[in-house]
Ligand binder design. Structure first.
Ligand SMILES: [Zn+2]
Length: 135
């Protein structure tokens, strides 16, 4: 009779899988990469419109680098090519986001951060002019 223990732990393998640190890195990469879809979906549902939050790009970059590391370790050329260049637009989007954040100005009336080129403060409604300071 086969016991539950035999199903879970068979021939020194947990769930029939030969585990290693690299297997863990590959699975973590998959989990991180896949989680970005749920994060993006959640943010879009929350805002009632399609949005791509900055965490999406961080999850994409992190997941890709983990999966690329695993692919290189496995010496799998198809898998390596799938992730060898996909990190470039993720990194570029993070750079663009950082530049946009740095271009924000501060409202002289309420002191809150305001998107660049705003005519009015979205927080207090004050009319913005050239006196608003960029930081
Ligand atoms: Zn304001």
């Amino acid at each position: 009779m086969i016991s539950l223990h035999d199903i879970i732990w068979h021939n020194g393998r947990f769930l029939g899988v030969e585990w290693s640190v690299w297997k863990g890195i590959g699975l973590l990469g998959n989990a991180v990469f896949f989680s970005r879809f749920f994060v993006q979906w959640y943010e879009s549902e929350k805002k009632g419109r399609v949005v791509v939050p900055v965490i999406f790009w961080w999850l994409s970059l992190t997941g890709t680098l983990l999966l690329l590391s695993y692919a290189i370790r496995q010496n799998d050329s198809v898998f390596i090519l799938a992730y060898a260049f996909s990190w470039i637009p993720y990194l570029r989007n993070l750079v663009i986001h950082r530049r946009y954040e740095k271009a924000h100005i501060y409202c002289p009336d309420c002191g809150k951060k305001v998107p660049p080129q705003s005519n009015f403060c979205p927080h207090c409604g004050a009319k913005l002019s050239a006196t608003a300071s960029a930081v």
